[in-house]
Design a protein around this ligand. Structure first.
Ligand SMILES: Nc1ncnc2c1ncn2[C@@H]1O[C@H](COP(=O)(O)OP(=O)(O)OP(=O)(O)O)[C@@H](O)[C@H]1O
Length: 284
């Protein structure tokens, strides 16, 4: 192979000394390449007609084109410009963590920075909070409507959380994945456990946590959406939930005032997952 390469290189340099157009009538007989890899670099009389003296960049381009052609000639076929790796599978990313840790805030930022991500809107029977939008933050449905969705097997998972139902409609996930989008799911720890049973290792599970219990409680208090009693329940639950971190693939700390750092880390996780040789392959 090395000798063949040398031969073709020396042949190409000979043709160059004779004439710049000489290799248009290349004497080397090769099988016609099926697809030309470097059309844009091929020499045509037009290329030189307007400017007979080539500058340094043009000369380098010609040399490169010539070398590529001679390599193709030696190999007997054109280089393949198709991607070497198949496109990565659509990914399901499950974001979970204690109440008030910043799941919604993180997902909002992720959606702004990544076009390839689609957020699957959770259906819930809880009342709408100020600033929330139906169909954007959640699908707000009545308890009766939610129970009908359960009966029809329309939910990937559901749970009764603090007296309200929350669940993930399957339809949206299927539609987005068919279009090649990555899916981001937001669930509490109970929901993540159910999803792990349903999806196994076919999805990526990310546990979001605050840097300390104090930080978590302060965040919840500042949000002003829970009563004193509700806060106590959420704090007690968070203490239990933290024990489930071992069932997740990744843990991300969302430290006070450092939401952007947490977002970047989740983006890196997505990038790393996309570069995996053995891709996860979720079927809903
Ligand atoms: N890194 C951070 N630093 C300071 N405040 C934050 C940070 N991340 C989120 N917050 C704020 O903390 C509060 C709770 O966040 P968020 O509502 O996103 O939590 P959550 O995990 O979705 O809660 P829940 O599960 O109860 O819906 C919000 O007011 C949010 O703006």
């Amino acid at each position: 192979m090395f000798r063949r390469l040398c031969t073709s290189l020396s042949l190409s340099s000979i043709s160059k000394t004779n004439s710049l157009f000489a290799f248009q009538n290349n004497p080397i007989k090769v099988k016609q390449p099926q697809r030309r890899f470097h059309h844009s670099l091929s020499l045509t009389p037009h290329f030189f007609s307007s400017n007979l003296r080539m500058n340094h960049t043009q000369t380098a381009a010609v040399k490169k084109a010539e070398l590529l052609r001679s390599l193709e000639a030696s190999l007997g076929h054109a280089f393949d410009s198709n991607p070497v790796c198949p496109p990565p599978n659509p990914l399901i990313i499950v974001i979970s963590g204690p109440s008030g840790v910043g799941k919604d805030a993180l997902i909002k930022k992720l959606r702004e920075s990544r076009d390839s991500l689609r957020f699957v809107v959770t259906a819930t029977s809880r009342p709408m909070r100020p600033g929330e939008e139906n169909g954007k933050d959640y699908y707000f449905v009545s308890k009766e409507e939610f129970l009908t969705m359960i009966d029809k097997n329309e939910l990937l998972e559901y749970a009764l959380v603090y007296g309200d139902y929350k669940g993930i409609p399957k339809k949206q996930i299927r539609e987005y994945m068919a279009k090649g989008y990555d899916i981001i799911l937001r669930v509490d720890i109970q929901g993540a456990q159910t999803l792990r049973r349903v999806l196994g290792d076919s999805a990526v599970f990310v546990f979001l946590m605050a840097e300390s219990e104090t930080a978590l409680v302060e965040r919840l208090v500042e949000r002003k959406t829970e009563s004193r009693e509700e806060l106590l329940v959420r704090i007690a639950t968070a203490r239990e939930e933290i024990k489930h971190v071992k069932n997740f693939d990744y843990v991300v700390v969302n430290a006070e005032g450092k939401l952007d750092v947490a977002v970047k880390l989740v983006e890196s996780i997505i990038d790393a997952e996309k570069a995996k040789v053995q891709q996860r392959s979720a079927v809903i």
